[in-house]
Write a protein that binds this ligand. Structure first.
Ligand SMILES: [Zn+2]
Length: 425
């Protein structure tokens, strides 16, 4: 059955997008079949009268960790122990998949029709991807990395990343990930905020350059792009010189790094959401030390400065939420779009273009990211015009993923997280 959206105001997702009112958009078999100004015969269609509401491409979240929901905890949990337990038996693995599926669905019901996972547990991400792809479950399109590769004592080692103890071990990890038919490989090259041992030194290099090179060569030989967690200038140099395709997070760029980005055709995935609470909430509220907060500020400034410099030099910049970090839920992609506009001083149109069309390009997807004839029907409808106010994205009116309608979008939110994050608007 075809679906006809009548009386819609279309926002294409292209860089030069402007709202076009009075449009009829017909979806057939998951694909946008036609877009016509005014009314057309819709006798063979399910008709949805949008009454002037805004129809735009579904959002794309390029940086997702599915196993955690972002609810802040009073006490730090031992995630390595937790993951070991979750992966220990068939029933706990099934439970983990269910948990991750619920989070993936939260992404969808908040307007995100594609996610790219960058560190999960076992092969959960590819399994969910395939379930959704085969129509057995409703969820967003998933580009899956499964478990990332780190080193002993490195970022997320033993939880959402393998601790590779040698070069051979690192390559074996990549081969194992390839065998699971992932869409990309994720490396943890530097530490993160909470891995820092010294004030002022977050993002210390953890993975030796020769591991990075060997992993990138192995992944590329199977046609898989490599995304890497990098939070320092030194880490950026190692990543770019050795073949990483997308820098996740980032750090301040110098002229040499700008030239390296351009020479290699590498891209940045900006994540402002996880940096803000560490940097701007009180250490007590975040349950971290003052040194951690100091380092959080260094990372926040690095992430913002990296994206700004990259944009100024024509280096593609995408965005993702880093969902799973404290305060970063699966329903708050709209906040990342909002922060992108606010902290990088770009227009709302450019922020929306980045969250849709540009993110699709960075992820290597040609079938989604814009509202155009021939593209997948990955659609988000809002009551108000997001080009005027990005908070219009906060409560979607309707979501469609590859032609499947999520009739009642909206998710159960954590009120304390909402309250805390709204201070940043
Ligand atoms: Zn991450």
């Amino acid at each position: 059955m075809k679906t006809a959206f009548i009386n819609s105001t279309v926002i294409s997702g292209r860089e030069d997008m402007a709202p076009i009112s009075g449009m009829t958009v017909i979806v057939n078999d998951g694909i946008i079949q036609s877009m016509i100004k005014g009314g057309v015969p819709t006798a063979d269609c399910r008709v949805i009268d949008l009454q002037g509401r805004y129809l735009m491409p579904g959002l794309i979240n390029l940086h997702v960790h599915l196993p955690a929901g972002g609810k802040p905890k009073k006490k730090q949990t031992d995630v390595v122990k937790l993951v070991r337990f979750l992966m220990s038996t068939a029933p706990t693995r099934a439970l983990t998949r269910q948990l991750c599926m619920n989070f993936a669905r939260e992404e969808l019901l908040s307007g995100v029709t594609t996610i790219r996972t960058v560190g999960g547990v076992g092969d959960t991400d590819t399994r969910l991807r395939d379930r959704i792809r085969s129509g057995k479950a409703l969820g967003p399109r998933i580009l899956a990395a499964n478990t990332a590769v780190s080193v002993p004592g490195g970022h997320m080692a033993g939880s959402v990343a393998y601790p590779a103890a040698s070069l051979g071990d690192a390559v074996d990890c990549v081969r194992r990930i390839e065998a699971e038919k992932t869409d990309l490989v994720k490396l943890m090259i530097t530490g993160g905020v909470l891995d820092a041992k010294v004030r002022g030194e977050p993002g210390a290099l953890k993975m030796p350059p020769e591991y990075v090179r060997a992993c990138c060569e192995e992944a590329h030989s199977h046609g898989l792009p490599v995304a890497a967690h990098v939070e320092s200038t030194e880490g950026l140099r190692v990543a770019l010189e050795n073949g990483v395709d997308t820098i996740e997070h980032g750090a301040p760029l110098d002229d040499e790094l700008i030239a390296l980005f351009q020479e290699k055709g590498a891209k940045v995935v900006c994540t402002i959401s996880p940096a803000l609470p560490y940097a701007l909430f009180s250490p007590e509220e975040m349950n971290v030390s003052e040194d951690d907060q100091f380092n959080g500020r260094v990372v926040m400034e690095g992430v913002i400065s990296c994206a700004k410099t990259a944009l100024a030099h024509g280096i593609p910049v995408g965005m993702g939420t880093d969902t799973g970090c404290p305060y970063i839920t699966h329903y708050d992609m709209w906040r990342e779009v909002y922060y992108f506009q606010k902290y990088l001083h770009v227009s709302t149109a450019f922020a929306l273009y980045t969250a849709t069309c540009r993110n699709a390009e960075i992820a290597g997807l040609t079938e989604t990211g814009t509202v155009e004839v021939g593209k997948c029907a990955d659609l988000l409808v809002t009551e108000k015009n997001p080009l005027e106010d990005l908070t219009a994205l906060r409560t979607p009116y309707l979501v469609m993923a590859q032609g499947q309608l999520a009739e009642h979008p909206g998710v159960k939110k954590y009120p304390e997280v909402e309250k805390a994050l709204d201070r940043l608007l």
